[in-house]
Design a protein around this ligand. Structure first.
Ligand code: TYM
Length: 376
């Protein structure tokens, strides 16, 4: 969706900004909302629902019902997700990955994870190929730190593993016209041709399981909704190549610490990276946009607005696991009983505690890259 108006909502795989209207995205992208009955069907397999489902952070899907129908009849699915390594990982990226780990554990499935060093090289003017490859290896440490294991996680580094991908990419490319790709991604005459071929490569892991194992099963893709345009093209092509259409489950965007849009690696002051120091985290959180009033007096009289508060969003998405605590925080904010400084302090502590653990696991992961057949 390309819109020239400055404050208009823009959601593409390369840019997300403005105020995001998720109901409108469902309508315009043609996806389905995740309903109560679908949640009940998931819970039959998983027991308690993950907080990202309970809190409707995963809010939309394509064919998730079909995945569950097939499962009922004995056909399993594989998971597929990925990362475009243009810089360090921020905590927004962790949202779909943590959820993917939950799905993998609950459904006992294999995950294909694509590291798109090629995409970021062709799309980002300033990045050299050595840089995107290197970010890819660094970003893989974050994934391993989240607990993924080589037995059921197959990592694909596009440039190193292109021999594995190329035949399927060609088949996808041959069945995708330039006019479809242009309508989907908004290419222009000045767009380099690497970028134009690129969507065929992102489609490949949807189908790779059959090539590797001989088993033709559907892929389910957990990701934020910005990646959806890729799947529209891939879903058109899938039946022509004899594959199931890949299914998706889409999450909302963890916002940046400023106003509007999503946490974005290109805005370092409003993004918390997994490699940030405790002081850097504290500084960023203390400068964050909140739903608080201008003065303590006003806040106590009128209360704050958690809906627009980035601090509250971080607790909602990742850092307050306890639903009752979250509801109580919301109530006391609205009632003017809590001041923003208090929430900022608590969030800083929670984020730094999480990152201290994550960073330890991330360092340990350095010696494990070879277990994942990463060719560094
Ligand atoms: P990338 O690197 O932009 O994003 C990686 C994953 O993180 C999600 N994401 C977010 N989720 C919640 N809040 C945010 N603020 C936020 N920012 C990003 C993205 O939706 C994505 O799931 N082209 C892809 C790489 C890729 C891929 C895939 C992603 C290849 N195959 C399959 C998902 C599924 C990319 O550049 O992602």
């Amino acid at each position: 969706m390309v819109d020239e108006e400055k404050d208009e909502m823009i959601v593409t795989p390369w840019e997300v900004r403005g105020e995001i209207d998720y109901a409108r995205l469902i309508r315009e992208f043609g996806t389905e909302p995740i309903t109560e009955s679908l949640l009940e069907r998931i819970a039959k397999h998983t027991g308690e629902l993950h907080l990202q489902l309970r809190r409707r952070l995963f809010f939309s899907h394509r064919d998730l019902d079909i995945i569950l129908d097939l499962l009922d009849k004995g056909t399993k699915f594989v998971l597929y997700t990925g990362r475009g390594p243009s810089g360090p990982v921020h905590i927004g990226h962790l949202v779909p990955w943590i959820f993917t780990k939950y799905l993998q554990d609950k459904f006992d499935t294999r995950l294909y994870f694509q590291m798109t060093d090629d995409e970021k090289f062709v799309v980002e003017d300033k990045l050299r190929l050595e840089e995107t490859k290197n970010f890819g290896y660094e970003n893989a440490l974050d994934l391993i730190a989240l607990g993924f294991e080589p037995e059921d996680t197959f990592m694909i580094f596009d440039v190193d593993d292109i021999d594995l991908l190329y035949d399927i990419a060609l088949k996808v490319a041959k069945r995708t016209t330039y006019s479809t790709a242009k309508a989907t991604f908004g290419f222009r005459d000045s767009t380099n041709i690497g970028w134009i071929f690129w969507p065929a490569i992102q489609a490949v892991p949807c189908f790779i399981h059959e090539k590797l194992t001989g088993e033709n099963v559907p892929a389910l893709i957990p990701a934020a909704i910005d990646q959806d345009p890729y799947w529209r093209i891939t879903r058109d092509v899938a039946p022509k190549l004899g594959y199931y259409k890949p299914a998706q489950i889409h999450c909302r965007f963890l916002p940046g610490l400023g106003t509007g849009g999503k946490m974005s690696a290109s805005e370092p002051e409003t993004s918390i990276y997994t490699t940030d120091s405790p002081d850097a985290v504290k500084k960023k959180i203390w400068n964050a946009y909140t739903g608080g009033k201008a003065t303590v007096n006003e806040q106590e009289k009128l209360g704050g607005d958690p809906n627009i508060c980035t601090i509250f969003q971080y607790l909602l998405y990742l850092f307050e696991q306890n639903d009752e605590e979250l509801v109580e925080r919301e109530r006391s904010c609205k009632a003017g009983e809590t001041l923003c400084g208090h929430c900022k302090d608590e969030l800083t502590e929670k984020v730094n505690k999480f990152l201290a653990e994550h960073q330890k696991k991330r360092e340990k992961a350095r010696s494990r890259l070879a277990d994942f057949h990463i060719k560094r």
